[in-house]
Ligand binder design. Structure first.
Ligand code: GLU
Length: 345
């Protein structure tokens, strides 16, 4: 048996035709609308969880805010609740910046430089850097995310920042801007992230100036979005990298599926395994209360509600996503027994 090491690419023929996908369609529009409404009504009264306060300005978010948006592969959206509320993108930025880096460097080079396994540690862990020989474990927790940001195209701080702002705007289908208050609040309290960046630099696993990389990372986390924006961003990842609203190609399909693989294994902090087990779809949450969920070929789902569980995942968001994933048929691992006589190979 050939032993495949972690740093060897598994053989996969990208040129295989016709392209095979394993997914079907969402239910009809009226049914989606009804299910989204049901999920909202069912969980809007759940007031468990705590709003994040380690970035001071985030503590001001109203705990009752709750919005849900679904965007299908043809760009049609179904939304309910606080859909106009703006909040900072935070960790939800990470898979999209990783996509940009994969698109630039190639997803294999990105894997070698950043890693794609879950850490088993909290999102801002220094222990994870010290205990893992590769230092960064994946692009969705802070160490790997800051390293990812350090790799985005551009020779200067401003060029790198513009690469991120422009590409994330393409994902959302509109020009995104930084929330100055969140940026200032996080910039004055992000010593831990600065520490992570310097530690990575000492191990030669950061690819730009540590202070500048941390600043760009803080800006990407401070981009203002709505739950609708998140659903469009998710739907772009569900649609082979083409934004279903603008029709623009944002990233290549090969990159898209790698980003989703990392989201499936590491998108919900230390509870990523529980999320995949119970919900069965790639997702990414952020500390301001957003969650994006991607059902490849079917569409993107996003929720916004600030109260979080102990790991940092929105409580209402997880409940609503579970409800909708089951009823919209999003779980990638679900199958039904075949009917009729067996088909010979
Ligand atoms: N900007 C936040 C931080 O680095 C993002 C955390 C998150 O959403 O998980 O602390």
């Amino acid at each position: 048996m050939t032993k495949v090491s972690m740093h060897e690419e598994l053989p996969f023929d990208e040129t295989a035709t016709p392209p095979r996908v394993s997914t079907g369609d969402l239910p009809i529009h009226a049914e989606i609308r009804q299910l989204v409404t049901e999920a909202y009504e069912r969980y809007r009264g759940d007031d468990s969880g705590t709003v994040a306060d380690y970035i001071p300005v985030l503590a001001q978010a109203a705990p009752g805010l709750f919005g849900i948006a679904v965007v299908g592969p043809w760009g049609r959206s179904f939304e309910i609740g606080d859909v106009a509320a703006r909040f900072s993108l935070q960790s939800v930025s990470k898979p999209f910046v990783f996509a940009l880096v994969c698109d630039t460097l190639g997803y294999e080079e990105a894997r070698l430089r950043l890693g794609v396994n879950s850490t088993g540690f909290p999102f801002n862990s220094l222990m994870a850097v010290e205990l893992n020989a590769d230092r960064t474990m994946n692009p969705l927790v802070n160490a790997g995310a800051i390293a990812t940001t350090s790799l985005v195209p551009g020779a200067t701080h401003d060029e790198k920042w513009e690469s991120i702002r422009a590409r994330l705007s393409m994902f959302a289908g509109r020009e995104l801007t930084v929330n100055a208050e969140v940026y200032a609040s996080e910039s004055s309290t992000n010593m831990r992230n600065q520490g992570i960046a310097h530690l990575l630099r000492s191990y030669e696993r950061l690819y730009f100036d540590p202070d500048e990389a941390t600043d760009i990372y803080t800006r990407q986390c401070s981009l203002d979005v709505t739950v609708h924006d998140l659903a469009v961003m998710a739907a772009t990842l569900a649609n082979g990298g083409v934004n279903p609203v603008t029709g623009e190609t944002v990233i290549r399909p090969g990159v898209c599926r790698r980003v989703l693989a990392v989201m499936a294994s590491a998108g919900l902090y230390e509870l990523s395994g529980d999320w995949l087990y119970q919900i069965g779809v790639p997702g990414k949450s952020g500390v301001s209360g957003g969650i994006v969920t991607v059902s490849p070929g079917k569409g993107g789902l996003a929720t916004y509600s600030p109260p979080l569980d102990a790991a940092g995942n929105s409580v209402r968001g997880q409940l609503a996503t579970k409800y909708l994933a089951d009823r919209l048929g999003l779980n990638l691992f679900a199958s039904v027994p075949a009917e009729g006589p067996p088909t010979p190979f």
